[in-house]
Design a protein around this ligand. Structure first.
Ligand SMILES: C[S@@+](CC[C@H](N)C(=O)[O-])C[C@H]1O[C@@H](n2cnc3c(N)ncnc32)[C@H](O)[C@@H]1O
Length: 291
């Protein structure tokens, strides 16, 4: 409960409340929404000025703070310790995430949770393509079943890391907007955590073209951190994909804002500290390609 108390004290400080016990998750969320409204960040507000992006990001962080708080009280399932430890050893040699490729690596329990769900759907067999694999999903899957694994990425550092950690994974260095022909229609399952904007649709198109009819598509995304999320789901629906399941708030990403973005006014300092106390979260969607 230390984390809940720390977040409670942080929020209470801003609201001028004094607290000796943690807020309930619903009280925490209510106060964050109140704070958002006070600052003109209400959900249904139409924003057409240059502040729109900053407002959107602030709103996203407040929502992620509420989810992080919920997850203290109802934690995401913790995979078996040996699996997480084995995976963690493989991640220690991973290259640092870079903005150049929009990278942000999920933590090891999240990567194992993702792999376990994929494994549950696939049952240990088949050919699986990772489109973008800085999270090392292929490595986690290699610890679970006898899969034929292919990781495609534009970042050679990611491919070198995966190859050194698990030589049986096939590496493909390619831009997702120009998929190699030999991947077409070949996979029982495709996994991707796409870029959070219109370019993410290119990841979806690549997944669609690589799947066998009826294949499984595992998509990491979240409506509160991807402004194009609804467009993604509409597109998949148009293509005939069927939603089979959604594991909510399944993956945690680091949320801490870099100090150079934090400025020196009191409001920004409070917000930056909050960002270092929380995680960003994405859901894992399971969809089936048309037969
Ligand atoms: C897109 S990033 C994850 C993005 C994360 N969901 C976000 O929005 O912060 C996932 C992987 O895709 C790779 N990647 C990024 N752009 C790519 C491209 N054009 N072609 C192939 N892989 C790419 C990255 O190197 C990384 O390993």
């Amino acid at each position: 409960m230390d984390a809940a108390m720390a977040l409670t004290e942080h929020l209470a400080r801003w609201l001028g409340e004094s607290r000796s016990t943690p807020y309930s998750p619903s009280a925490f969320r209510r106060r964050l929404y109140g704070l958002a409204r006070q600052h003109g960040l209400a959900r249904n507000e139409i924003l057409l000025d240059s502040k729109a992006v900053a407002v959107w990001i602030t709103r996203m962080y407040l929502e992620m703070a509420a989810i992080t708080y919920d997850r203290i009280f109802v934690p995401a399932p913790l995979p078996e310790k040996k699996l997480v430890d084995d995976f963690q050893k493989l991640v220690e040699s991973a290259p640092p995430p870079t903005e150049e490729f929009h990278q942000s690596r999920i933590d090891s329990p999240s990567a194992c949770r993702r792999a376990l769900e994929i494994h549950g759907w696939l049952g240990g067999r088949g050919e699986v393509l990772m489109i973008g694999d800085d999270d090392g999903t292929a490595l986690a899957l290699s610890l679970l079943g006898d899969y034929r694994l292919v990781s495609l990425d534009l970042d050679q550092r990611v491919l070198d890391w995966l190859k050194a950690a698990q030589p049986s994974v096939e590496m493909v260095r390619a831009d997702v907007s120009c998929m190699p022909e030999d991947l077409e229609g070949r996979f029982d399952a495709v996994v991707t955590d796409p870029v959070r904007d219109t370019f993410g649709l290119v990841f979806l198109r690549a997944a669609r073209s690589s799947l066998k009819p009826g294949g499984c598509f595992f998509l990491a995304d979240h409506p509160d951190w991807n402004p194009k999320h609804r467009r993604f789901l509409r597109k998949l629906d148009e293509w005939g994909f069927v939603m089979l399941d959604c594991y909510k708030n399944w993956h945690a990403y680091p949320a801490g804002l870099p100090s150079e973005e934090c400025g020196d006014d009191e409001e920004m300092e409070w917000f930056c500290r909050l960002s270092h106390m929380i995680s960003l979260w994405s859901h894992l969607f399971v969809l089936q390609a048309p037969v």
